[in-house]
Design a protein around this ligand. Structure first.
Ligand SMILES: [Zn+2]
Length: 187
């Protein structure tokens, strides 16, 4: 999902938690180009300094919301208002397009390129997820050095880490070591 990729553009070194290794992908032209392409966004220019600040502001807003949702908060009037402010700046037009050889569908196409339109698309993707998906499945990786945001689509809603092989294993090892240390201490 667009909003997920966007929030996760702030990368933390999940192995060591070394803050010096934090990486903001929004400042990486290559990452931006790949991300725009992946989500079929029309913008071709890199964000300027002001737009970059606006993007970071939106990212931290969405990050705060996800954190609140993980803690049980649901959509409220303030969230609605903020999302509408972002979405107002990215108007869309309706167009019929071919979905396959025989089937057409109505599609919403952005009217403009530009970063305000991109931010409107991000806000819309978050709004859609809130309405059409299950916000109770929004997750933040339980590795405190990672904090990756993802959607838990497992049957029993049990996905605690972004990746069981990466953060899941790492945390298992950490718990094991902590237990060993505690045992040693009590001997
Ligand atoms: Zn993780």
């Amino acid at each position: 999902m667009l909003w997920e990729d966007f929030i996760n553009s702030y990368w933390r070194d999940w192995r060591t938690g070394d803050k010096n290794k934090d990486r903001d992908e929004l400042e990486d032209p290559e990452w931006i180009a790949k991300w725009l392409k992946k989500h079929a966004l029309l913008e071709t220019q890199l964000p300027n300094t002001i737009e970059l600040e606006q993007l970071k502001k939106l990212r931290s807003l969405l990050g705060d919301w996800v954190q609140a949702i993980v803690q049980g908060k649901s959509m409220d009037g303030e969230m609605l208002k903020q999302l509408n402010i972002y979405m107002d700046k990215g108007p869309v037009t309706r167009r019929m397009i071919w979905k396959s050889a025989e089937q057409a569908e109505i599609s919403l196409l952005p009217l403009h390129s530009g970063w305000e339109q991109v931010m409107a698309e991000i806000a819309a993707s978050f709004a859609e997820a809130m309405l059409e998906k299950e916000p109770s499945r929004f997750r933040i990786c339980e590795n405190p050095d990672c904090l990756w945001v993802y959607y838990d689509d497992t049957r029993n809603r049990s996905k605690r880490y972004c990746d069981d092989k990466a953060c899941g294993n790492l945390m298992k090892v950490r718990r094991f070591r902590a237990r060993k240390k505690a045992e040693k201490g009590s001997e």
